[in-house]
Design a protein around this ligand. Structure first.
Ligand SMILES: [Zn+2]
Length: 241
């Protein structure tokens, strides 16, 4: 892996042609996790995945899109078109420097404007392969460990990963009473902020989280995400559509 800790010369001599851009989010994560949860995880995922892909890793962009958390103090993000423009600006900058494989990690589930931006980059730009992925894929290794696969936010999965990666940031005493599984489908977040559907800002069961589960989930997601990216690069065309 090569990263923003390296010099220009080291990057030039590395021969690395893959770069990783990562989006986190700054948004409320219930009573037990910090608003920087997605940003913290974004940097950890980027480094772990960059290591396996031998890629150039940049620091995660803290902000993305989070209208679904509107109304909670400390939550901050861009309009979707801003994230779309940022994605294309950064990818085209890397392309002009000779990078030919770009990975966009979306370490927050609500960044819906990046996939269309990626599709356009692949369709209109020669000699460039761009792949985006949310490292929250179904994996065999999580089966039987993850008890609430249909949760969405600040629940068992995310809380466990934070307990594993950044234990000091988790208010464990607040986890046991924080469960909330509202009786709505996820697309209702297009119509109402999460605080109207889940009053404490949690959509899941943090009471079931543990550090041991977090290790399983994080490692399984890194492995599944790397496999996904390799598979996507194999099929992704190098010429414009
Ligand atoms: Zn999150």
């Amino acid at each position: 892996m090569i990263s923003y800790y390296n010099t220009r010369e080291e990057i030039e001599h590395s021969g690395v042609d893959t770069a990783i851009i990562t989006f986190g989010s700054i948004e409320q994560h219930g009573p037990h996790l910090p608003i920087g949860t997605d940003f913290f995880q974004a940097n950890a995922f980027a480094e772990a995945i960059g290591e396996k892909l031998n890629a150039l890793v940049f620091p995660a962009i803290p902000f993305s899109n989070c209208y679904e958390h509107k109304g909670s103090k400390g939550t901050l993000g861009f309009r979707p078109q801003t994230t779309m423009a940022m994605t294309q600006d950064l990818v085209l900058g890397l392309h002009s420097q000779g990078f030919r494989k770009i990975v966009i990690l979306l370490v927050h589930g609500g960044i819906f404007s990046v996939p269309p931006a990626v599709r356009e980059l692949n369709a209109l730009t020669d000699d460039l392969q761009v792949v985006c992925v949310i490292p929250h894929l179904p994996t065999k290794k999580e089966e039987g460990v993850l008890e609430t696969p249909n949760e969405i936010h600040a629940g068992e999965h995310e809380t466990s990963v934070m307990m594993y990666l950044y234990p000091d940031t988790v208010k464990t005493e607040k986890m046991k009473d924080a469960d909330c599984m509202p009786d709505y489908p996820q697309p209702f977040l297009n119509f109402a902020p999460i605080l109207d559907l889940c009053p404490n800002g949690v959509w899941g069961k943090p009471s079931l989280a543990s550090q041991e589960k977090g290790k399983v989930f994080f490692e399984a997601q890194v492995e599944a995400t790397v496999d996904y990216i390799k598979k996507a690069f194999k099929i992704c065309k190098k010429e414009a559509w």
